[in-house]
Design a protein around this ligand. Sequence first.
Ligand SMILES: O=C(O)[C@H](O)COP(=O)(O)O
Ligand SMILES: [Mn+2]
Ligand SMILES: [Mn+2]
Length: 546
Amino acid sequence: MLQKSASFPGIQGPIVTIVMDGYGIAKSDVGSAIAAARKPTLDRLFANYPNITLRAHGVAVGMPSDEDMGNSEVGHNAIGAGQVYSQGASLVADAIASGSIWQGAAWQQIVAGARAGRGVIHFIGLFSDGNVHSHIDHLRAMILRAREEGVPAVRVHILIDGRDVPETSALEYVLPFEAFLAELCRDGFDARIASGGGRMNITMDRYEANWNMVEKGWHTHVLGEGEQYESASEAVKVLRVKLPGTIDQDLPPFVIASDGRPVGTIEDGDSVIFFNFRGDRSIEITRAFEEKSFDKFDRIRVPSVTYAGMLQYDGDLKLPKRFLVDPPAILDTMGEWFAKSGITQFACSETQKFGHVTYFWNGNRSNKFDGETYQEVLSDVVPFEQRPWMKAAEIADAMIEALNSGQYRTLRCNFANGDMVGHTGSFRAATMAIEAVDLQLARILPVVQALGGVALITADHGNADEMYEIDKKTKQPAQNPDGSFKAKTSHTLNPVPFILYDAVTGGRLGLKQLPSAGLSNIAATITHLLGFEKHAKWDESLLEVK
Ligand SMILES: O=C(O)[C@H](O)COP(=O)(O)O
Ligand SMILES: [Mn+2]
Ligand SMILES: [Mn+2]
């Protein structure tokens, strides 16, 4: 049990945490869809209520360096755990640097498995240096090691990014990588890219939003079915001409073939490494490889392979069974300790972010703690620039109903809009995304007040706050050859807001802007508002009681 606070009895009503995904505080208004949005509720909150900024990127959320932007996994992990752990990106980089990854049973089984079969290791994963789901340096290191250990062949199945890196940067990765593989193809070693496609088109679905993406990925990587090209660079170039305006993340699948035959189907006896370290978008394809009674789509042919994930993606489901690097052992989360202390919890989002406020929040565990209630609002399966409001209204409906039920001491939700629409690169749609969230805050907050509660409004990282690549010299949006602005689809390095909506104590509460204040201070702050002492491992509360 958490101890009751000696100094503060807690707020009587519900404590609500609202995560506005992808809402950062930019240094300049240039290219900010947030600055351009009409958002009277947020404006009023910033003007009239205690608010500070929180660090949401780099080492403050367990990333290797402050050059690394934040992301939903590390952000929600830090919020939910109240502590900062070295995250997948750091753990994998360290395991490679120290060589411990090669000593692990999983790597050795991958190599032995391939040797006992046709001698092929397949690598499937997100092909960039975004460091959100994967890093291309990890892929290169594994290929070099496989060669050193005498594995005769590797096949690489590339998921083209353009979402954590610039939107049409694919060739900046593909061309040097093709040269890298060509250089290695000596002394009987045979390494090729075998298939690929845009990450938002195939394979990397999450939270079961659209299994069809994974089915397309299976047909592409495993069965080798689809449009054939001579090389990945040719595929990217031809597809760009064929489908003008299609950004990298949406590129259709392609198969590399020679004389009409795919160069790298996945066969019995092969080894397969899914080299993403982040779990949400790795779980479905992993299930397709591992589950015996898999029923999400017809796999047609199921090769018997030695499969490993870069990390274990779900600690409750033990998925995958084999993994190259141990995930962070995220212990003593807020969800767990609230459960132990009899504090009821309600969590809600739409499909695209549902796991963020449940699975990521609870340290990458898919099981509920006692006293937790989850509600998922089904996301549309559409390009989100066409529906920037997404399911914000339905999430607010669910929150209001849960608040009025009187059953929950704490409630949390995630509004996906700023992030999911921010990733599309559409400035206009992103302003509407922010406006949609603002409109729903205006509905939820009066209900919180009427029940004698308070709300914390924050975000997990930036995104809609910078919608254009900024030219470093002019500080103005960078331009494409045709004069249009270069869209920025990725997250930002900016801090995020932390607002205390308190319309019930007559201004007794404030927030402390500690220099180190970050997402990991939120758990203790919520706990403080509930009238409990924080867990000893958590970073401190930012609440000020006057
Ligand atoms: O998976 C994605 O959509 C992006 O790579 C990162 O976005 P998220 O961290 O906000 O989910
Ligand atoms: Mn996010
Ligand atoms: Mn995002």
